[in-house]
Design a protein around this ligand. Structure first.
Ligand code: CP3
Length: 343
């Protein structure tokens, strides 16, 4: 009954579709005037995430406008630290802020009440599954432990996540403990999203690219492997996309080592390497979001190259990272038309 013609799900199951299905990371966001309007009425950003009426509305906005093949739950990776009572705030023009955690704070972390705090998110997912077109795949998501931990340690975004890297070198045991804790609670969070109606989930490791070889294995691969194993032990048919931004050559073994069904690729991944990775299973990506801002030939030529090199294998067309607030909605319409127009 369900899922029969959900194209993103079909590709996650290993099928090649021509043209490939498409959705965009951050497809609900500030580049859309209707998002800015709903956002203004919500008060705080977290209220938008925790009010199912509003979160459903902004999730559906890009689906109505472009008919993307997948909708992604509107929320944020930082609802996990929020549920852990780290005093998360989103300040206008400053990005996220929270209380920085130390060794004592890590020792005191408790999973109690976390899933309950996130109940509005599950309500949003179940309403979305009822309201979305039957053929639209619904994606849930969470942050990878490393990326979430970088914000928890620094208490804010930084250009290179130096505070978390330094903390990990100085306090490796406490840091391992933090990542294992986040892996377990995030696995519970994904299972609850799947149970509420998510067809598949994506794990965002947006800061994987600042890690050295040893650290990538320990902080990017191991916690994501642990999380995926935990989800699969309970929901064997779960479909999972893992996006390790900036991971470069480490992507070679990333799918096998983590157990992800599909891997997301940023725009720095050469298409020849992407084609190699595609031999092992579905890939997702990898247009530079700045090409969507530029539009015209800069956007079109890169779309065509991705389709030429990767379009005959299991591909979910996407950007290499989130769409930016300065993207013109008309360029997004042109992007979707071009991906769908080719045979
Ligand atoms: O993709 C989607 O449309 C779903 C929604 C989504 C948001 N954040 C909404 C959001 C998703 C999947 C995320 C993930 C997220 N959040 C990541 C991983 C992916 C990535 O982009 O790297 C990270 C690192 C965060 C943390 C975060 N949230 C930051 C650093 C910021 C501030 C920077 C910014 O763009 O403003 C946010 C805020 C945020 N999350 C916004 C949106 C639409 C903008 C806030 C606003 O509307 O005022």
């Amino acid at each position: 009954m369900t899922g029969t013609h959900r194209k993103v799900l079909e590709v996650l199951n290993g099928k090649t579709l021509v043209p490939p299905p498409i959705w965009l990371m951050r497809q609900a966001g500030r580049y859309l005037p209707e998002y800015r309007e709903t956002r203004a009425s919500a008060g705080s950003f977290l209220e938008l995430c925790y009010t199912p009426d509003l979160a459903v509305e902004v999730t559906l906005q890009p689906i109505r406008r472009y008919g993307f093949d997948a909708a992604i739950l509107f929320s944020d990776i930082l609802v996990i630290p929020d549920a852990l009572q780290r005093n998360v705030r989103f300040e206008e023009g400053h990005g996220p802020r929270m209380d920085p955690i130390d060794e004592d704070g890590i020792a005191e972390l408790s999973a109690e009440g976390v899933i309950g705090h996130l109940a509005p998110v599950f309500e949003t997912v179940s309403r979305l599954r009822r309201q979305l077109p039957e053929e639209t795949t619904l994606l849930g998501f969470c942050g990878a432990p490393w990326t979430v931990a970088t914000y928890m340690i620094a208490g804010r975004g930084t250009p290179d996540q130096a505070p978390a890297r330094l903390f990990a070198y100085r306090h490796p045991k406490a840091f391992d403990q933090l990542l294992a804790f986040l892996a377990d609670i995030s696995a519970d969070y994904l299972v609850a999203q799947i149970d509420a109606g998510a067809d598949a989930v994506q794990i965002f490791d947006s800061w994987a690219g600042v890690l050295g070889e040893e650290e990538f294995a320990r902080y990017a691969v191991e916690p994501v492997r642990r999380m995926i194993a935990s989800v699969r032990a309970r929901r064997p048919s779960a479909r999972i996309i893992a996006f390790a931004k900036g991971a470069g050559l480490f992507l070679k073994d990333y799918r096998r080592l983590t157990g992800a069904d599909a891997i997301g690729l940023d725009w720095s991944v050469p298409l020849s390497f992407a084609a190699e990775l595609q031999k092992d299973g579905p890939i997702q990506g990898n247009l530079d979001p700045m090409r969507v801002v530029a539009g015209g030939a800069a956007m079109e030529s890169a779309i065509d190259r991705i389709l030429d090199v990767l379009g005959q294998g299991p591909l979910i067309f996407n950007l290499g990272h989130g769409i930016t607030p300065d993207a013109d909605p008309e360029n997004v319409a042109a992007l979707v038309a071009r991906v769908r127009g080719r045979r």
